[in-house]
Design a protein around this ligand. Structure first.
Ligand code: PMP
Length: 442
């Protein structure tokens, strides 16, 4: 049944796997060889329910025929064409489609190949924007503790994860961090947006006052921090950040790599929270995770500031060999068709109550110290075994895999973000399985 590419090779040593305990994995590998809709197939033929949409990306589910066919057709017609001083129609068409669905005023799109590249591109646009406006003293960037903005140097500099930072030298200079917004004491077991902590946005005022606003270029946050454990913004927090940025002429960047394309029940978190940033980074769901691609959305005023420079010059000296790759654009267009035809961009809002009820039914199960949810995202936080801050959740991950469903863990937090095609019955199945797993682990 498996074709050649999907048979396990004799030797697993050459592939240095990302974000993986390689030695441990290669002793007991877990191999996925096929996928369809809500499920992977493991190499032993077992179906594994995808509780995480891959890595928060396969929003429309796996191996959707429309997307597969679009990729095949494009690969046979125009596989690659440079996008430097050359164009190909599908990249313009895809940018138009994206701009049309973006929050009001975000009319321009810069293509990248990943979330990390989108973040670094956004930071560069922000810095260069102030320069082209003659305000080059705005060089500081402000991120947040527990922020994850990918793994490139800009992203790890503004990000707030110690393990991402400690091995890699001095990183970008001129970066500061706001505190994270996770207040387990006050907000544990909140459904949706927490009541407490909106005033943490005022920390931005403090940092701006410390450096003077005239030196600050941009603030970057994930509207909902995903990979550091599903941290949901307290009520009013994002709006307050927006107000402070406006007051001081600072650009606000939303990293929507996870929240973009329907995860919260609206096309973007900016729509969901009613707070529009100046720049928005996306990736993952832009092509349903099928082909690497990212897209940075930019407000008209920012784009126009570059376009008002001297003519015949390259306005923004930045880009990637694969920016706007035709096959990625074809996958993206078919992905948007699928999202729109099946109502997937708002489906999380239809499922949100059922999802919240199911998740919060885990309150009181062994080890559970917090549960958080928004849209079709959830986190179940476990009490750590003293001195072993990742062990419990990871044993849940292993048990879950054995039982046939995929969860994601970060520290002792279990994160869930299933494809948006999940049915109510499948939500119940996922959560019931998780309940059983929680009762099994030590
Ligand atoms: N930003 C955020 C908010 C993310 O969640 C991620 C990936 N999980 C990234 C950036 C990086 O994306 P990539 O892995 O595609 O580089």
């Amino acid at each position: 049944m498996l074709d050649r590419q999907n048979k396990r090779p004799n030797d697993l040593s050459a592939f240095w796997m990302p974000f993986t305990a390689n030695r441990q994995f290669k002793e007991t590998p877990r191999m996925l060889v096929a996928a369809k809709d809500m499920h992977f197939t493991a190499e032993d033929g077992r179906k594994i329910m995808d509780g995480t949409a891959g890595l928060w990306c396969v929003n429309a589910g796996h191996c959707r025929p429309k997307i597969t066919e679009a990729i095949q057709k494009q690969a046979a017609e125009l596989d690659y064409a440079p996008a430097f001083q050359m164009g190909h129609p599908i990249a313009f068409e895809f940018a138009n489609r994206l701009a049309a669905m973006a929050p009001e005023g975000m009319d321009h799109v810069f293509f990248t190949n990943s979330g990390s590249e989108s973040v670094d591109t956004a930071l560069k646009i922000a810095l260069a924007y102030h320069r082209v406006k003659g305000d080059g003293s705005r060089f500081r960037l402000i991120g947040r503790e527990r922020g994850y903005h990918g793994v490139n140097f800009g992203g790890i500099s503004v990000g707030g994860i110690v393990s991402n930072r400690k091995m890699f030298g001095t990183l970008l200079t001129g970066v500061d961090h706001m505190p994270h917004t996770h207040l387990p004491g006050e907000n544990a077991f909140t459904r949706g947006e927490p009541e407490h902590g909106g005033d943490l946005a005022d920390e931005l005022e403090r940092i701006v006052a410390l450096h003077d606003a005239s030196t600050v270029a941009a603030v970057i946050v994930e509207p909902v921090a995903g990979s550091t454990g599903v941290l949901i913004p307290p009520k009013g927090y994002l709006k307050r950040l927006r107000d402070i940025c406006d007051k001081h002429g600072i650009l606000l960047i939303f990293d929507e790599v996870i929240t973009g394309f329907g995860r919260l029940g609206a096309p973007f978190a900016a729509d969901y929270f009613g707070v529009v940033p100046d720049i928005m980074t996306t990736a993952k769901g832009v092509t349903n995770g099928v082909i690497p691609m990212g897209a940075v959305f930019v407000k008209k005023e920012i784009h126009d500031a570059f376009m008002n420079g001297p003519e015949h010059l390259i306005e923004f000296f930045h880009g990637y060999t694969y920016s706007g790759n035709p096959i990625a654009c074809a996958a993206g267009l078919a992905t948007l068709d699928t999202y729109q035809e099946e109502g997937l961009l708002t489906r999380a809002s239809e499922l949100a109550d059922h999802w919240a009820d199911a998740l919060h039914s885990l309150k009181g199960e062994p080890h559970v110290i917090d549960i958080r949810n928004i849209g079709l995202v959830g986190a179940v936080e476990l009490e750590s075994i003293p001195g072993e801050p990742t062990k419990r959740a990871f044993s849940a991950f292993l048990k879950a895999y054995e039982r046939g469903f995929l969860i994601r863990t970060t520290g002792d937090i279990i994160a869930l973000s299933p494809p948006l095609i999940i049915s109510r019955g499948q939500i119940d199945e996922l959560i019931d399985n998780l309940r059983d797993v929680l009762r099994m682990i030590d």
